[in-house]
Design a binder for this molecule. Sequence first.
Ligand code: BTN
Length: 265
Amino acid sequence: MSDLLKGELEQLLCGRMGRPVRHLESVRSTNAEALAWAAGGAPEGALVVADEQTAGRGRWGRTWLSGREASLTFSLVLRPDTTPEELGLLPLTLGVAVADAIEELTSLDVSLKWPNDVTRDGRKLAGILVETRVEGNKVAAVVAGVGVNVAWMSHEIPDEIADRASSLAIELGSEPPTRVALIAAILSWFEPLYDSLLAGDGSEILERAMARSDLLGRQVIVRRPDGTELDGRAVRLLPNGALEIESGGALQAIDAGEIERVRPA
Ligand code: BTN
C-alpha cells in the first residue's frame, strides 16, 4: 500500500486543509474528481489525493503525465466568498506554497516560473492547475490541483517531457521525501497565505513569488492564449497575478499566457 493510503496523512495534517480526504488508488484526474465532489457539496478544505491519474489535466487543455506512486497528485476544494477577479493571486499562492514545502523538506533551491510552475535550473518539478466554478459573479468553488514529480528517475520520465521535466529524486540524487510529508508541508505553507489572500492582503504572496521568480529582469517571449507572442523584458508581478512586460518602451500586463522562451541573461 502506498504511503498516501495508510492514514498517515490525517495524522500529519494540522490545519483545516485536507479535511475530509478521499484517497484513491487510481483516478482519471483528481481535479475532475474534486470538481464533481464540490458540485455535490464538498466543503472548503476537502482533498482528493491519488496514487495514479490516468487522464491528468494540465494547463491549456494539455495532458499531465505522472508516474504511479512516483508523483504526488492532489486537488483541494476551496470555497472563497469572493469574485473570480479577487482570486488572481491564487495560482501564485499555490506556487509559493509548493516551492516553500520543497525547500523545507529537501533544501533544494527552487524557482517559480510565471504563472506557477515550480522549476529547478529551468526544469519543471511541479505544475498547478486552478479550475473555478462561478455562479452569478461569485465563486461557487475552486479546485486547486497540484502535481509534483517526486520519485521519477531519469529513465522513467516520459519521452514527451524528458527535455524539460525533472523530479525531486533526480535533483537530490538521493531518496526524496515521502509524498505524505510533502503534501502535509504544502498544505501547511498554503493555509496562512490563503488566509491573507482572503483578507485582501496579497502583499506577502507577491513579495515571495517575486523573490522566487527566475524571470524578472530577463528578456522573454510570452505566448498569450490566442496564440500571439510578445517579446519583452519581464518587469514584475502585479497584485492581480499578471506579469508585467516592457516591450518597445511600453508596459503591458499579461493576465494569462505562458513563457515560451527565456533569452540567456
Ligand atoms: C500544468 O503545469 O500544466 C498543470 C498541471 C497540474 C497537474 C495536477 S496533478 C493533480 C491535479 N489533477 C489534474 O488532473 N491536474 C492537476
